[in-house]
Design a binder for this molecule. Structure first.
Ligand code: NAP
Length: 283
């Protein structure tokens, strides 16, 4: 199957593209300057020239804090860019694989968010991602709408690398302890996405690692595995203000993914260990 991937310089795409290729897919992965998803004509002409049988959208505006002051830019990419992809998928009758986020929820629920819980984003990034979701639901019959959380991967800046960097400069770090979620290794996510696509069961899915933690608990494990002696101080989100509010509860209920794939998602601990190995921090 021929798959066109967008946003190919991004963290997730860098893992997904080689895995598609390993899985026998013919992958077309143009650089972003050749495929800006906010331009419908560009999307149309790229699709006309390579005739994909599926589009996988890894392109996104992902600057959560910056989105608060430039909501229109976020909406252009995460909302209207996705609309463009939907229109072209519709015209050519091909499915779309798309990624969304826990930020479409307000994080006030007690317990994990299910695929049938009502979204209610608390920030501009979440609102822009929700608009993208809506276009998919409004316009397409065949899609995999995959919500994930707290991603970390080899090819992008992430919480683990930030912690290690700060830990090399100072031995006491304050980390938020009232936001709970599932750190998800991009490689595990990419593997699950490809397995999901093979099932042919279109729909909305929650694909994250298992074993929810707070950022503080995650940081503790990062430094423990790295053998770094850092004093961690748990703080609340209120003590650590950011331009964008984050949901306190980012835990997504995976049902019905494990039933469909016949397995649970791996714990973030496995991904963390692999990530630290790749960074040369542990053997
Ligand atoms: N990272 C997370 O923790 C997380 C959590 C939940 C869900 N997600 C979702 O997962 C998906 C992948 O995230 P990621 O972390 O891999 O993102 P990423 O590293 O920021 O990659 C997104 C890529 O899209 C590119 N892009 C931006 N505007 C574009 C446009 N108009 N046309 C084409 N490409 C464009 C970006 O280029 P520039 O860098 O040049 O702008 C970047 O290379 C996104 O949908 C994101 O919302 C991510």
């Amino acid at each position: 199957m021929r798959v066109l991937v967008t946003g190919t310089a991004g963290m997730l795409a860098k893992d997904l593209v080689p895995l598609f290729a390993e899985g026998g897919y013919e992958v077309i992965a143009p650089p972003e300057d050749m495929l800006d998803i906010t331009h419908l004509d560009t999307v149309r002409s790229v699709v006309e020239s390579c005739e994909p049988e599926m589009i996988t959208n890894c392109a996104a505006y992902t600057q959560v804090d910056q989105a608060e002051s430039e909501e229109h830019q976020a909406l252009m990419v995460n909302g209207f860019g996705v609309q463009n992809l939907c229109l072209v998928c519709q015209e050519r009758d091909i499915p779309l694989v798309h990624f969304s986020t826990d930020y479409i929820f307000d994080g006030t629920k007690k317990g994990p968010y299910t695929i049938y819980d009502a979204p209610n984003p608390v920030g501009a990034y979440g609102r822009s991602k929700l608009l993208g979701e809506k276009y998919i639901l409004w316009l397409l019959n065949r899609f995999y709408l995959i919500r994930t959380t707290w991603m970390f991967g080899t090819h992008g800046r992430n919480f683990i690398d930030t912690m290690l960097e700060i830990g090399r400069r100072q031995n006491k770090i304050s980390v938020v302890n009232d936001q709970r979620g599932c750190p998800t290794w991009t490689r595990h996510l990419a593997e699950a996405v490809i397995a999901l696509i093979r099932t042919g069961h279109y729909g909305v899915y929650h694909v994250t690692s298992s074993e929810p933690v707070t950022w503080f608990e995650f940081a503790r494990e990062i430094f423990h595995l790295s053998g770094m002696d850092i004093e961690l101080v748990p703080v609340t989100s209120d003590q650590f203000p950011t331009p964008a509010r984050r949901p306190l509860n980012s835990v997504l209920d995976p049902f019905p993914l494990p039933q469909l794939l016949g397995r649970e998602m791996p714990s973030w601990r496995e991904g963390l260990r692999e990530h630290l190995k790749q960074r040369g921090v542990v053997k």
